[in-house]
Design a protein around this ligand. Structure first.
Ligand SMILES: Nc1ncnc2c1ncn2[C@@H]1O[C@H](COP(=O)(O)OP(=O)(O)OP(=O)(O)O)[C@@H](O)[C@H]1O
Ligand SMILES: [Mg+2]
Length: 269
């Protein structure tokens, strides 16, 4: 396999959101800081948006790694559910027995959160792909965020999603929810300089020993093709390494990147 040829322990540019590979671009660092600050300061609601493939899910996994045992976490990865199911998934994530009755489930969640607050534990709920939430579900999420004692919110909620989430929250119906969101961050693409460091970082985490190298033209071509979006960078860099292996070269050139990009687009020559 090409990755063994180059001495990697595993493919450096796989498409899974493995936090071990997290590269801190300025924006990924800032986004993580917003998350950690927001929940520690009990800001209630945090919204993180980013383009498709910008690293939201990876970031969320890294965020959980930052939280110590004091925190209880619930992660909803695929919220294409009904509002009834959403609350059940949240209960299951928190290891609370669920029922078929939404009101009862809601009450169980409330009791659980009150008990945890008494134990001085904090709870954070993260909903990934939040752009797929319907208005009814967003309303349900708002009701969950309403759970509070006289002086504090019982749960911190993070909404992670593609830019459509921002548009959705602009709707007049969701004004109440929007007003609660005090922390917002938008994760944009990597710069060309960051793209180089990103490529090197991932190769080093994968066990690389400095070969192959991406030439300057190759980095520019990758950045241009991928628009600075990590998932696209991974896709093209993976194919470029494969091409490098085929040609047994220690330097990935811009020509190889072009070949890789053509292959991704399905133009075989
Ligand atoms: N900062 C980063 N460091 C290392 N790898 C990253 C980073 N950001 C993204 N990636 C990689 O890019 C790919 C896509 O990342 P991820 O799945 O987190 O994006 P996403 O924003 O959640 O995408 P989607 O909009 O489709 O949900 C993954 O392979 C991930 O490992
Ligand atoms: Mg994702």
């Amino acid at each position: 396999m090409y990755y063994e040829y180059y001495g990697f322990a595993e493919p450096p540019f796989s498409l899974t959101p493995d936090p071990k590979y997290l590269f801190f671009s300025e924006q990924h660092r800032e986004a993580l800081d917003h998350l950690v600050f927001g929940v520690r300061e009990r800001k209630g609601f945090i919204q993180i948006t980013g383009e498709v493939g910008a690293g939201k899910t990876t970031l969320c996994r890294a965020f959980f790694n930052e939280l110590d045992d004091h925190w209880l976490t619930a992660l909803v990865l695929n919220p294409m559910l009904s509002a009834d199911e959403l609350i059940r998934v949240i209960l299951r994530e928190l290891r609370i027995a669920d029922t078929t009755d939404r009101v009862e489930n809601f009450d169980r969640l409330n009791q659980f959160l009150l008990a945890k607050t008494r134990e001085h534990r904090d709870v954070v709920l993260v909903i990934d792909e939040a752009q797929t939430l319907t208005a009814e579900m967003l309303e349900q999420v708002r009701l969950i965020s309403n759970l509070e004692t006289d002086n504090q919110k019982l749960i911190q909620i993070v909404l992670l999603g593609q830019p459509e989430l921002r548009d959705k929250l602009e709707s007049p119906d969701l004004r109440q929810l929007r007003q609660r969101i005090t922390i917002r961050y938008h994760l944009g693409p990597l710069s060309a300089a960051e793209t180089r460091r990103y490529l090197e970082h991932r190769m080093s985490v994968a066990g690389g020993r400095g070969t192959p190298q991406f030439g300057d033209g190759a980095v520019r071509a990758i950045h241009g093709y991928a628009g600075g979006i990590p998932r696209m960078i991974n896709a093209v860099a993976d194919k470029a390494l494969l091409a490098g292996f085929v040609f047994k070269t220690a330097t990935i050139t811009k020509q190889l990147v072009r070949l890789a990009a053509q292959e991704l687009e399905g133009h075989f020559e």
